[in-house]
Structure formats: C-alpha cells, structure tokens
Design a protein around this ligand. Structure first.
Ligand SMILES: Nc1ncnc2c1ncn2[C@@H]1O[C@H](COP(=O)(O)OP(=O)(O)OP(=O)(O)O)[C@@H](O)[C@H]1O
Ligand SMILES: [Mg+2]
Length: 349
C-alpha cells in the first residue's frame, strides 16, 4: 500500500487510450485508488487521466520491465495492470514473476492460447463447441479449400487487436494478394463469412470460478467506412442484454480454452447469417474499451478486479452472473477527452 495514504496505487501500462482511460475512470468512480500511467506514445501520455504519468520507450522486453519496475517502486504501486492487447501486455505477462508488484493474469499457457486466435479456435473445436468453419492459411491450397466451401471468407491475423488486417472477400486473387502484402501466410486464418451482428461477455474469474459477468451487444462500429473490412475496433453504440443460453455458452468457451480461468476474460461472438452465435475470440487479460459503461450502471468490474488482486476476494460480493438484465445503451465516439497543449508542451514528454 502507498505509504502516504490509504489509497491503493494501481500502475496502468497503456493508460491514455480507450481501454486505459475507461479502466482509470472506473477506478476514479469507485474511489480509493491512485493511478499511475505508463505510456509509450506522446499522444497517450498527454491523453492519460492517471494521477501520475510517465512516458517510456523500449526496445526489448527486459528494458520495459526494468522501467515499469523502477516506476512501480518509486510510486509504491500495489498492482500492475496492462490495459490493452499490445507488446507491452505480452512483456508484462511474460515477466510477471519479476515484477515488483503483483498482477492478476491468466496462467501463462492459458494466456498464450487466448492471444492466438487459431489456438483458441482449435481448443473450442476440440471441446465440441460451435465454431465458424476456419483454416489456418499456410498455402494457396488452404485458401482454395475453404473458398470452395463458402462464397465469401473472412481473413484475419491470428493475433492482434482492433480487427487490424481483416478483410472479407470471395476473390482468390484478392485473398492471395492480401496475404502476400501482409506477409500473412501461416499468420492469418480464413473463416466462413459471418453476419455483422456481434455480442460479448466480459467475465471476471478467480481461480477457475466466475466472480462477475455481463453480456453486451454491439450496435455499430464507429467510422465503419474508414476500414476495408468495416471493422474499426471502435464501438459506436452498444447495449446491455441477458440471454441465459449465450451466457452459458460463453462460460463453456472460457473453460474450453483455459485450464484455470483467472482475471478478466472476454468472449466475443459473431452471429452466422442464420442467427447462430459463434465464438470468434476469447480475449485475455484486459478489459474492453467501454468498461466504464458498466461501472456507471453500478457494475464496476475494474474495481472488483483490483479488490480481487489486492485482497484475494475477501469482502467481495457473491458471484454476479449478468447483474444488468435490462437494456441500457451507451453511445460514444473516440474516448479521449480533448486537452489543449502548445507545441512545446506537446513535445516535452
Ligand atoms: N468470420 C467472420 N465473419 C465476419 N466478421 C467477422 C468474422 N470474424 C470476426 N469478425 C468481425 O471482426 C471483429 C473483430 O474480430 P477479431 O476477433 O479479429 O477482433 P480483434 O482484432 O481481436 O479486436 P478486439 O479484440 O480489439 O475487438 C468481430 O467483432 C466481428 O465483427
Ligand atoms: Mg481481440
């Protein structure tokens, strides 16, 4: 605990973009926390709403870990949280045992499996869960095989976030050119093309047990025309909902992919054209960028997450499966609040 106060200090790696801002705002709403932001770009450093802010640059993971540890030590951090899918999250997760403050992360093997969408798909398939027809594209033959079965396929990287590199196509020349252009052979999957409708479960887990969960449905992607696939990773509107069957399926997906679900884990569904919800990702270790939505409705998962990490679950309310059953909408644009800076202030770091 921070020596100077009763506040718990949470170090947030990646604090200044959507995921980190929503996490920090949720903790500010709960009260009792002091946040320390560690960011790697000037934009995120300036946009951060953390109580203390640091700008770092790093080349190899050991370099980042050293800087995070120095800052965590100086700020008496009680907990370290990496807010977004990124090389920083991977570095923190791999070095968890060498950090000077605790983390709350899925076990290493579980985390690696979830970061790899192909390995995730294989685990879901093996467990007999419904999945979109998918191949790992190692060669033209793999592409031809799946394109013979479906008029359109969805190409995406097996790792990463924001739907980066995704494209829908029914054209073999375009698909091969796309994979050439993105050095994607062996790194991309091709799946049957599903509908635009999506849903997601955010779940907080403690040593294999579900602590709190909530389903939401995305209504629209913001700026959909700005990306080739229509997916931008930036949700425009979304709503809460309840669907017992889907909730149960999401829990089964997590258990199929994780030996011991632990920490925050999301399950993303994309519906087929006939209305069947199919898991397209099990997202490990970090909250989605709109988690403040749920906090404003009284389900403050980042607060629960920190209390779980810091106090081992003592004093937490009992398990809450989808506590918000009624529909609430959340409409947003890019999450950053504007901040006025002179060129000198901007460049100072
Ligand atoms: N087979 C598919 N057919 C149609 N759309 C798909 C398909 N697979 C994924 N998508 C769309 O792409 C979106 C992004 O999915 P993906 O799992 O690649 O996310 P990501 O890159 O990990 O992004 P993030 O985790 O930041 O949301 C999904 O929400 C869905 O809208
Ligand atoms: Mg993802």
């Amino acid at each position: 605990m921070s020596p100077s106060s009763d506040l718990r200090t949470v170090l947030v790696v990646g604090s200044g973009d959507g995921t980190g801002l929503n996490f920090s705002r949720s903790l500010a709403l709960a009260g009792g926390y002091r946040t320390v932001g560690v960011d790697t770009t000037l934009e995120d450093f300036h946009a951060s709403e953390a109580d203390a802010r640091y700008l770092v640059s790093w080349d190899d993971p050991a370099d980042l870990v050293k800087q995070v540890n120095d800052i965590a030590g100086r700020e008496s951090a009680d907990l370290i949280y990496a807010a977004d899918t990124s090389p920083e999250l991977l570095a923190v997760a791999e070095a968890r045992d060498d950090l000077v403050a605790p983390t709350l992360l899925p076990d290493r093997d579980d985390h690696r499996r979830m970061e790899d969408k192909w390995a995730t798909w294989q685990a879901l398939k093996e467990a007999g869960l419904p999945v979109p027809d998918t191949v790992l594209v190692g060669s033209r033959d793999d592409l031809e095989e799946i394109m013979a079965r479906h008029p359109r396929v969805w190409l995406r990287r097996r790792s990463g976030s924001g739907g980066a590199g995704s494209i829908a196509t029914g054209s073999m020349p375009l698909a091969t050119a796309w994979l050439d252009e993105h050095s994607g052979w062996g790194q991309f999957t091709a799946a049957e093309h599903l509908s635009k409708r999506t849903a997601t479960l955010s779940g907080l887990w403690n040593d294999g047990e579900l602590v709190c969960s909530q389903l939401r449905e995305r209504v629209s992607w913001k700026y959909a025309t700005l990306s080739v696939s229509g997916v931008t990773g930036i949700t425009g509107a979304q709503r809460t909902f309840w669907d017992e069957e889907l909730h149960e399926l999401a829990v089964r997906c997590v258990r199929a992919v994780c030996a011991r679900p632990h920490g925050i884990i999301g399950v993303d569904f994309t519906y087929s054209h006939d209305g069947t919800a199919l898991p397209t990702e099990v997202q490990p270790a970090r909250f989605y960028s709109s988690i403040y939505f749920l906090a404003t409705l009284g389900v403050n998962m980042p607060d629960l997450y920190c209390r779980l990490a810091l106090d081992g679950g003592h004093g937490l309310p009992g398990p809450a499966a989808n506590p918000i059953r009624e529909t609430h909408y959340w409409v947003k644009s890019v999450d950053k609040l504007p901040r006025l800076l002179s060129p000198e202030e901007f460049a100072r770091g």
